[in-house]
Design a protein around this ligand. Structure first.
Ligand code: ANZ
Ligand code: ZN
Length: 779
């Protein structure tokens, strides 16, 4: 008997699976329904960390289970390979980001093989492949044609360290999501996508989805739909202007509070616009506007404690009462939300109250009105209307960095922005030695002089290519479509192939993508659907957010804390099957938890016991206890794996092994075959080895079907319950756990001890507590 040596076994089978293309998934298999199990494709950072194992090896159990259940399961993999981190890493190491990224992809692909997962590498996609990004550019052009991709001057988040623009979604608490540097505000011309055009549908579409509540509400809040009204206030007291000639619109969600409005506040941005068209503002106002520019949006919104502002010396006329109220400028009102101006109601709004108290402005206790009534009056006076606004902003997608998809646009002095024609795609990223970003907002691609000049696609005159590249979130917004048809050179994917796999039935990933990747992908799907290229509006029907694997100290793993678990080391010590099963056992999948070095030893011991069991001579006759335990484990594992309750699946294996040990027996030939198949999704290498060795098969266990359980065997497992007569236990009865009340009564009355105790008495009442007891009252 040899001891369990996972490393020999695992390498052997990984090689066999690769050589026999065991996991190459056909588009269609007679009699099997297709099922794609999607996990977020990784960024080629250089090394697989334990989080990758958690993210991929556990869903692999789920994918393998469904494959054995008779589905044609696609478990695809790819690389999200453009982006800042690769570029920064390449700058540090003084090599080209392309070289760096490709090395990492090769290395990580090898590491992925060591996981023993059923990835179909024949369908692998990489976003830096020109044959992939040809279609990223093609989609951009379709959006450009519809006005959904456009260029405009806008206030953007600028990361001074990465020297590029960031989307709102990439700014976390005022810091760059990637490098942590405090983000600045700059006004720049940028390429944008009109996500706001889909704001309503991005909310309503969430309804039918099987998503965690946290992900759904994160999106709802991010989109931030508010229903309210626009109210117009005529202005007076503007020097050199007739009173009532100009007016200001405010957005309010509370028109019912209109009679409590005691002043108006405009944002510094709106005040600046007035100055731009000739208003002679005071020096104090001008100074205040300049000062507020250095503040970030979040700071301004949160600065509840310390309210700042300046009176404009202008007055507004209340549209219904006719009263005159002062107008102020203050930075707690944002320039890019609603109309950029508010009516302040200190009696009902906290921020307005704080402002009124700080500047000694009146607070009115005028009663609330029926809103609808207010709106009717406003409409009658042409002084207002209902309005829905959203917090969502258009997606700023241009990046002033090298390592991204070139935006397929040409700037012509005569024709303006001209799209590159489809037959000229892809616009390939030129090789560039010096790809360092510059602080002037010019993209490094401006240095690719040869690449830069092209004839204008429209008039043929000398013109220049767009030098911004795309945010990598564009690349990842559609990658799952490509998995269905990865080698297509005519379309991003054929409709027939997409129809075979999509929409994605289950998508597993991280909660960090709740408002970024998941929102962008949904936007892309809706646009492609409207343009007739895909047949569904919602790409991901079910979403599961995994938990985090924490360090042994319960903290997030980080090099500085020294609590990082290196999966390669763990695999070298215990084997991939142990690492997989330990990660499954460690915590509920959606919860995550700390790595426990003793815990992995326990799981390794379990697999060693299983190994030993298979190396013993098979039993001639089945122990009824073991047989029942095997079917019970099968029932429970089948149920739990479908719920992604993988930790309880591993406990089922532990329970089963305890029964086997307790029965002091081994498995029969039939039981071995059953057990090997049950184990296959969890410990794919060990199961394959014993399937070939101990069970003597020559085909793969992963081609087998999932073992069925015998329910009758489970039902015959009887439970013992007591029978009382007038409060005293007189007998016990053996019954099936789901025995009916009638059956329980009959059995109880027939029991020996009960018959004796009832002698001479009349039964008044029988109380049945299912599975617990029967109580008889007699006199
Ligand atoms: C009067 C009022 C009275 C308001 C009241 C609220 C409560 P949500 O729900 O987030 O959409 N507001 C409007 N535009 C603003 C801007 N550009 N910057 C800062 N605040 C702005 O919030 C809408 C409310 O936020 C609006 O309704 C307005 O204040 C304020 F008891 O108007 B309300
Ligand atoms: Zn031209």
């Amino acid at each position: 008997m040899t001891s369990y040596q996972p490393n020999d076994i695992e390498k052997k089978w990984q090689k066999v699976w690769a050589e026999t293309e065991a996991y190459t998934t056909p588009d269609y298999v007679e009699g099997r329904a297709n099922k794609m199990v999607l996990v977020e494709f990784p960024y080629p950072s250089g090394n697989l960390h334990i989080g990758h194992w958690y993210a991929f090896a556990l869903p692999d159990m789920y994918a393998r289970y469904w494959r054995m259940k008779g589905f044609n399961v696609l478990y695809p993999m790819g690389f999200d390979a453009f982006g800042l981190p690769a570029e920064n890493a390449a700058l540090q190491r003084d090599i080209h980001p392309g070289e760096w990224t490709k090395q990492n992809i090769a290395y990580m692909t090898n590491q992925l093989h060591s996981m023993g997962a059923m990835f179909d590498f024949s369908r692998a996609v990489s976003t830096i492949d020109p044959e992939y990004y040809r279609w990223t550019q093609w989609m951009f052009l379709r959006m450009y044609e519809k006005g959904l991709a456009y260029r405009a001057k806008t206030t953007v988040n600028w990361c001074p360290k990465d020297q590029t623009v960031l989307a709102n979604e990439q700014v976390v608490d005022g810091h760059c999501e990637r490098c942590g540097t405090t983000v600045q505000q700059r006004s720049l011309e940028q390429w944008m996508m009109k996500t706001t055009a889909y704001a309503d549908r991005l909310i309503s579409g969430l309804e039918g989805l099987d998503w965690p509540n946290t992900a759904r509400t994160a999106q709802e809040h991010w989109i931030g739909k508010s229903e309210g009204a626009i109210i117009t206030f005529p202005l007076s007291g503007i020097p050199g202007q007739e009173d009532g000639k100009h007016s200001v619109d405010v957005f309010t969600t509370r028109p019912d509070t209109l009679f409590g409005a005691t002043f108006l506040v405009v944002s510094p941005e709106l005040a600046q616009k007035w100055i731009d068209v000739g208003w002679q503002a005071s020096d104090a106002v001008r100074a205040y506007i300049t000062e507020s520019r250095s503040k970030r949006e979040l700071e301004r919104l949160e600065g509840a404690k310390e309210k700042t502002g300046v009176a404009l010396g202008i007055f507004a006329t209340h549209p219904l009462s006719g009263e005159s109220i002062p107008v102020w400028v203050a930075d707690y009102v944002l320039g890019n939300y609603g109309t950029g101006a508010i009516m302040a109601v200190p009696a009902h709004d906290e921020r307005d109250r704080a402002f009124a108290l700080a500047f000694d402005l009146p607070i009115s206790d005028a009663p609330l009105r029926d809103a609808q009534e207010v709106i009717d009056q406003l409409i009658a006076k042409s002084a207002g209307h209902v309005k829905t606004t959203f917090k969502l902003r258009d997606w700023v997608l241009s990046r002033q960095r090298y390592w991204g998809v070139p935006i397929p646009i040409v700037h012509c002095a005569t024709c303006g922005y001209v799209p590159v024609s489809d037959d000229q795609l892809p616009v390939e990223l030129p090789p560039l030695r010096d790809f360092k970003p510059a602080d002037d907002g010019r993209s490094p691609l401006a240095k690719a002089t040869e690449w830069l000049s092209v004839p204008c696609p429209k008039c043929g005159a000398g013109a220049q290519r767009e030098t911004d590249t795309m945010d990598t979130f564009v690349d990842s917004s559609w990658y799952y479509l490509r998995y269905t048809d990865p080698h297509n050179t005519q379309e991003f994917a054929s409709k027939e192939k997409m129809a075979q796999w999509l929409p994605v039935p289950i998508y597993l990933g991280g909660s960090d993508h709740n408002t970024m990747h998941l929102l962008y992908s949904r936007f892309f799907a809706k646009v492609l659907y409207d343009l007739g290229y895909i047949a569904f509006e919602e790409p991901f029907l079910k979403r599961v957010n995994r938990g985090w694997v924490l360090g042994p100290d319960g903290q997030k793993m980080s090099k500085s804390r020294g609590n990082v678990i290196d999966p390669d080391k763990e695999v070298a010590q215990y084997g991939a099957d142990t690492v997989r099963m330990y990660l499954a056992f460690m915590a509920p999948y959606e919860q995550g938890g700390p790595w426990d070095s003793r815990g992995i030893v326990g799981v390794h011991r379990l697999l060693s016991r299983i190994w030993t069991l298979f190396s013993q001579e098979p039993a001639g006759e089945a122990s009824p206890d073991v047989e029942r335990a095997l079917h019970e484990a099968t029932r429970n594992v089948s149920r739990d794996v479908e719920l992604l309750s993988l930790n309880t699946c591993v406990s089922e294996f532990m329970k089963f092994m305890n029964v086997v040990d307790g029965a002091k027996t081994t498995l029969t030939v039939a039981q071995r075959e059953h057990f090997a198949r049950l184990l296959a999704p969890f410990a794919p290498h060990l199961a394959e080895e014993v399937w070939h060795g101990a069970c003597g098969h020559s085909e793969s266990v992963h081609q087998e079907s999932w073992p069925a359980f015998d329910a009758s065997l489970l039902d015959s497992q009887l439970i013992t319950i007591p029978v009382q007569v007038n409060g005293k236990v007189r007998a016990t009865i053996e019954v099936a756990p789901d025995a009916s009340e009638e059956a329980l009564k009959a059995l109880a009355l027939a029991a020996d001890g009960v018959v004796r105790a009832l002698d001479g008495l009349a039964v008044q009442k029988i109380i049945v507590v299912p599975k617990r007891m029967v109580s008889i009252v007699a006199r």
